[in-house]
Design a protein around this ligand. Structure first.
Ligand code: FES
Ligand SMILES: [Fe+2]
Length: 414
């Protein structure tokens, strides 16, 4: 079912201008569900470590649509819509579960772990009366399947037969960096979620905005976690939709400080009461100590010092978004390393300053742009193009990359 095409005309300037209407128009939200969430795009579903054993079940969403991921008795992964083939009720109600089969609570239709219907209650009626018609065929009713594919322990899914193979969708450098961080035996250290009061695309934009990090997040600057005067760069995928932003803490020239006019509240003389928060070990030989990686449209993978996490957002309406965090370690970590990862989760998690500030600033944009459907943002830091830049992160290149992808997939033209 096609939604009504939207009459939005993109302002001149391509990805350097974003019409504020895209953050508040319910018709655009509906169109995104069709073109992006049910379109030829791979979406984050869960981690393989969450569906490790036969019978494991994980529920999630692609856009508004509830999804089930299962591992069957043969070890195979399946993805399907969490919508009973009878009258549409949710079939799986828990976030995580382990079962031999899936049963809908409404009228007890029962499905195999791959979503095939096994049988329905009262198929032959009761005492010879009632029941399904003669031509009822269980093989004709099943949970709607979706395609699934795995890279670096991450399960992706798509509704579309036209989505290219997953690694092609990600591109070489994005795939390689995901593997650098995630292709290890993963262990979940904790999860949480927070409701943020903004359109989902403001979060997508915010995590690609590398130059706000040292201005808004003064903690980063003050305690030298991430600063724009460290070596680092921005890598955009071939199609520009995904990105990696990285920095190298050891390259910071401690003598060269930002001027206070540029960075309004960094207090270099500050000291932490608990300096162990910032103790970290070098896990890789490329000197990268902070990285944020995005996969279009809603996935983020972070490795800040040793704090490894995936974050993903689920749109909950035009001005509400649920942000999920999964904090990770490796099975091979020592107890000491695990403790350090948990401690460092405070750098960014919901209780940390960074997540708090980002949640807040996105809602400021949501509120600030209200009533300005005919106005647009201005995104020209670092130039007008969406290109990799491995010598500076004072650029909005990755933000332009996101909007370039968004315009392309939504079919919005100037
Ligand atoms: S809605 Fe699921 S069995 Fe009726
Ligand atoms: Fe931020």
């Amino acid at each position: 079912m096609e939604t009504t095409p939207c009459d939005l005309r993109w302002p001149a300037g391509g990805a350097t201008r974003v019409p504020y209407r895209v953050f508040s128009d319910p018709a655009i939200y509906q169109m995104e569900q069709e073109k992006i969430f049910r379109g030829p795009i791979w979406h984050y579903l869960c981690l393989t470590v969450e569906v490790k054993n036969p019978g494991d079940i994980r529920t999630t969403w692609i856009g508004d649509t509830p999804i089930i991921v299962t591992r069957d008795e043969n070890g195979e992964l399946h993805g399907m819509v969490n919508r009973c083939a009878h009258k549409g009720a949710l079939v799986c109600l828990k976030e995580r579960d382990n079962k031999k089969s899936l049963t809908c609570v409404y009228h007890a239709w029962n499905y195999k772990l791959d979503g095939q219907l096994r049988g329905v209650a009262f198929q032959k009626g009761v005492k010879g009366k009632g029941g399904m018609p003669e031509d009822f065929d269980v093989s004709k009713h099943r949970l709607q399947p979706i395609r699934v594919s795995v890279v670096a322990g991450i399960v992706f899914g798509t509704f579309s037969d036209e989505a290219p193979p997953l690694e092609e969708f990600l591109g070489d450098r994005i795939t390689a960096f995901l593997k650098r961080n995630m292709d290890h035996p993963l262990k979940i250290l904790g999860t949480h979620s927070q409701m943020i009061h903004n359109n989902w695309k403001l979060y997508a934009e915010n995590v690609r905005d590398s130059y706000h990090a040292t201005l808004l997040h003064t903690f980063y600057t003050t305690f030298k976690v991430n600063r724009l005067d460290m070596d680092g760069g921005i890598i955009l995928s071939e199609k520009k939709w995904h990105h990696i932003s990285y920095s190298k803490r050891a390259t910071l020239d401690a003598a060269a400080e930002y001027t206070s006019a540029e960075v309004h509240s960094a207090k270099y003389s500050s000291e932490l009461d608990g300096p162990q928060l910032l103790q970290a070990w070098d896990g890789f030989d490329d000197q990268i100590t902070h990285s944020i990686q995005t996969i279009f449209p809603t996935l983020v993978s972070q490795l800040t010092l040793n704090s490894l996490a995936v974050r993903f957002v689920v749109p909950r309406g035009v001005d509400k978004t649920e942000l999920y965090w999964v904090f990770l370690g490796y099975e091979t970590d020592t107890p000491e390393q695990e403790k350090m990862r948990v401690m460092q989760a405070n750098l960014t998690g919901a209780a940390g300053l960074v997540a708090l500030e980002d949640g807040c600033i996105n809602s400021f944009v949501q509120r600030g742009t209200r009533g300005s459907d005919d106005k647009a943002s201005f995104i020209e830091m670092g130039g007008k193009l969406a290109e990799s830049n491995e010598s500076s992160r004072a650029t909005e290149a990755a933000v332009r990359g996101f909007w370039h992808g968004y315009q392309t997939i939504m079919g919005f033209h100037e």
